[in-house]
Design a protein around this ligand. Structure first.
Ligand code: FNR
Length: 185
């Protein structure tokens, strides 16, 4: 049976480069894997009262069910102020609660960080790793996936250009999926 890997882009922006990378990854899944975009577009800011007093938004219920059903997750994160954008941290928090019912635990993860600048969202990449340690998600160590100058990766139609960038992403995806297979046959 195919393993299903969720692609979570940490941006709400319509023209988001992180979303474009997620779209491109859909076409790069190797045999035995299906990639599925998990949208963060409809998730209100987490409020513990929702869980404590039984007012859980429908979008939380769906998000938690969708993530629970996954075999692994690739996080595609931009960087906001040297950290993870709030929308991604919010999604992580939503999936981690109610206490003891986290949907993240045990799922192998990879982090693809990206930026229009030189530094490739290194800060966001490593802040995200810190949360994933607590959530008990094993994270692929190598290759590390830092994408600089993300604005240059796509053509005028928003499609991933052929060449070095595509090869780099494909190599990262293959390393991740091979590692997933080692963890769980
Ligand atoms: C940014 N940006 C940014 N870039 C970066 O490399 N390091 C940073 O710390 C920040 N900080 C930051 C804060 C805020 C509030 C915004 C709105 C933007 C720029 C950011 O990388 C750029 O807007 C990306 O295009 C955002 O990712 P998406 O939406 O294209 O996926």
């Amino acid at each position: 049976m195919n393993k299903v890997i969720g692609l979570i882009a940490g941006s709400l922006r319509t023209e988001s480069f992180s979303k474009k990378i997620a779209q491109a990854l859909l076409t790069l899944a190797p045999e035995g894997f299906v990639f599925k975009i998990i949208s963060l577009d409809d998730l209100p800011i987490y409020n513990q009262d929702f869980d404590d007093h039984g007012h859980v938004p429908e979008s939380y219920v769906k998000f938690r069910e969708d993530v629970r059903a996954l075999d692994g997750v690739i996080f595609i994160t931009p960087e906001y102020n040297r950290s993870v954008p709030g929308v991604l941290k919010n999604a992580i928090d939503i999936g981690s609660r109610p206490y003891g019912k986290s949907v993240w635990g045990g799922k192998p993860a990879a982090i693809f960080s990206n930026s229009p600048g030189n530094l490739s969202a290194f800060g966001a990449n490593h802040h995200l790793r810190q949360s994933l340690v607590f959530l008990n998600m094993p994270v692929m160590q190598q290759p590390e996936v830092y994408i600089a100058h993300v604005t240059e990766m796509f053509d005028e139609n928003g499609k991933l250009k052929e060449g070095k960038s595509k090869d780099f992403l494909k190599n990262a995806v293959d390393a991740y999926t091979e590692w997933c297979n080692l963890l769980k046959k």
